[in-house]
Design a protein around this ligand. Structure first.
Ligand code: NDP
Length: 273
């Protein structure tokens, strides 16, 4: 990509960010559309100073990752209503010094699920009560689905369920639940816990669609078991890709080149030569 005096800058702020797949994904998308834009990693410790820096340098857009998704909220000039409900921002849109915060994690999850099944009226068993479960849960409510949360730590799980206005189950009892959709938003199944299932495989027959948001490995044991049970499956790349596509669309106003972005993610994850 040729950088010149008119190149517009974007990036990702977090700590650490060296593992992030977003620079490769977004730069491949900018290049595919011939946009004079570049996307850089920003290792940020002091969020307030970083926000001042973004304004001062005319940075156009920033992805926000761990541990800053909540901390950035106090420095925004405006916020998307769903991001406000979720209580986390993963996207900054900066226009003439004014910073708008959004959350595209839920958009990514909803788009991935909607490719397989209508969300309005669907019943979803959501495993986990961490940051991703929170974004996915609020997103599913936006789409008109009904949710049950199942998770390990009761206080955390019950807290999220109260916010979402939905029932909670201990993770150990999740096998008794039924629904149209099962979403794994725990880190069980992720390397080095890749042998672990978040729910017993016998329970999977109760669901039409199973989405695992873990993407390393891409085909988790849960997804293998779900395929054997006859479920439609969605791997963790879909949410990752579509949250990035939603960021791209917010920043550029252009339709994201999702095939190019998916290829970039696969290459970064080592699935292509
Ligand atoms: P958090 O740390 O916020 O939440 C992790 C959740 O997993 C918690 O609910 C936690 O339980 C549960 N958990 C962890 N270990 C166990 C265990 N041994 N037994 C039972 N439950 C367990 O993480 P995130 O929500 O940010 O991420 C979760 C997963 O999603 C990660 O694997 C991450 O890589 C992946 N991810 C994928 C994305 C995508 O776009 N595809 C985006 C973001 C994350 P408890 O409630 O008890 O703490």
């Amino acid at each position: 990509m040729a950088i010149n005096g008119a190149t517009e800058l974007y990036g990702i702020m977090g700590n650490p960010v060296s593992h992030s797949l977003s620079p490769a994904m977004h730069n491949s998308a900018f290049a595919a559309l011939g946009l004079n834009k570049a996307y850089l990693p920003f290792v940020v410790q002091d969020v307030a100073q970083a926000m001042t820096g973004f304004r001062a340098l005319g940075i156009k857009g920033v992805s926000v990752t761990i541990p800053h998704k909540q901390a950035v909220m106090q420095y925004l000039d405006s916020i998307d209503p769903v991001a406000e409900k979720i209580g986390a921002v993963n996207t900054l849109l900066i226009d003439q010094g004014a910073i708008h915060g959004a959350n595209t994690d839920w958009l990514g999850a909803n788009r991935a699920l909607s490719e397989k099944i209508p969300l309005k009226g669907a019943s979803v068993l959501l495993l986990g009560a961490g940051g991703s479960a929170r974004a996915i849960g609020f997103g599913l409510l936006e789409a008109g689905a009904s949710i049950t949360i199942a998770s390990r730590t009761p206080e955390k799980g019950q807290g999220l369920a109260a916010l979402l206005g939905c029932p909670w189950l201990p993770l150990a009892d999740a096998a008794g639940a039924t629904g149209n959709i099962l979403v794994n938003a725990t880190s069980l199944g992720m390397a080095p816990q890749q042998e672990q299932l978040p729910i017993v495989s016998e329970a999977l027959i109760n669901f039409k669609v199973v989405m695992d948001i873990v993407y390393a490995p891409l085909e988790t044991r849960l997804l293998q078991a779900a395929k054997q049970a006859g479920c439609q499956t969605i791997d963790g790349l879909a949410m990752l890709l579509y949250q990035g596509a939603a960021q791209f669309e917010l920043w550029t106003g252009r339709q994201a080149p999702v095939a190019v972005m998916r290829q970039s993610l696969l290459t970064s994850l080592g699935y292509n030569p």
